[in-house]
Design a protein around this ligand. Structure first.
Ligand code: KIV
Length: 281
């Protein structure tokens, strides 16, 4: 039971708190949000980290992929989410991370300018970026400039046209090895967090065990430090075929607030993801 008086200010989570949670084996519950209403609702439900994902291209803008999403759109939605958190009367606890859209991080100079916009104009505390061969170099440049950074590994949706679709990554030994090496290099270059998307459970576990920073998974099995889902997916609001790792938490809840609270509880207890929401060893 909390000993804090009901009206005392809430302590905002920091990167160091995520390290402490990882060391204690406390799972980190993360969710996307794109506007002030959901930011407030997710903060109230105990979500540890909100990502303003470039998935907004698909769930907000109705695009087929995240590729066309622009920097201005990312800054706009990050500001909306930050405003929701800033409006919390007792302050907010949830940490705010925002995505670098496709090619906004093509060179170190572009990446520094654009990450700076997400922090300074948007109010984010960390940026997340996908891949390409220069991912390590870009992470190093951001880290050298004091910009907190999360590196996205596994399925990188911005690479969809190169990959030929949204597919599980790292199933064969060569690819798994390359991903393990890349994860090590990214952490050595200064990544503060890793995000692993659509990889077998064993690979998620191996990367997490070898990592010295928190690892968040989406379709990466249960043995990572935390979980993330696109909020529209976990509310069953996304049309079409749903990915294997998605669970509809609204189906068993009376309200959106209850569904998000149930998601947080399921991540914390280890009930989510269950075996059927993973891609096997
Ligand atoms: O854009 C996004 O929402 C993401 C999550 C799927 C992790 O990157």
């Amino acid at each position: 039971m909390s000993t804090q008086p009901a009206d005392s200010p809430v302590k905002a989570l920091t990167i160091q708190d995520f390290h402490t949670m990882r060391e204690a084996g406390d799972k980190i519950a993360c969710l996307t949000a794109y506007d002030a209403t959901f930011a407030k609702l997710e903060d109230d439900a105990g979500v540890d980290l909100i990502l303003v994902g470039d998935s907004l291209g698909m769930v907000i803008q109705g695009l087929r992929t995240t590729v066309p999403v622009t920097m201005d759109t990312m800054v706009y939605h990050t500001r909306c989410v930050a405003a929701g958190l800033e409006a919390q009367v007792r302050g907010s606890r949830t940490f705010l991370m925002a995505d670098m859209p496709f090619l906004s991080d093509a060179t170190p100079a572009h990446a520094i300018t654009n990450a700076g916009r997400l922090l300074k104009e948007g109010g984010a505390k960390m940026v997340k970026l996908e891949g390409y061969d220069r991912q390590v170099e870009i992470v190093r440049a951001l880290a050298e400039h004091g910009i907190p950074v999360c590196a996205h590994l596994g399925l990188q949706p911005q690479m969809v046209h190169k990959l030929g679709g949204f597919k599980v990554q790292g199933r064969d030994e060569a690819m798994a090895d390359a991903m393990r090496n890349k994860a090590e290099q990214l952490v050595a270059a200064g990544a503060d967090m890793l995000l692993l998307e659509c990889v077998p459970t064993g690979l998620g576990r191996a990367i997490t065990q070898a990592s010295s920073v928190p690892v968040i998974g989406i379709g990466a099995g249960a043995d990572v430090d935390g979980q993330i889902l696109v909020v529209h997916d976990m509310l069953g609001a996304t049309a079409g075929r749903k990915p294997r790792f998605v669970k509809d938490f609204l189906a068993e809840s009376a309200s959106i607030q209850n569904a998000v609270t149930a998601y947080v509880a399921a991540v914390k207890s280890g009930d989510y993801p269950a075996l059927e929401q993973t891609f096997g060893e």
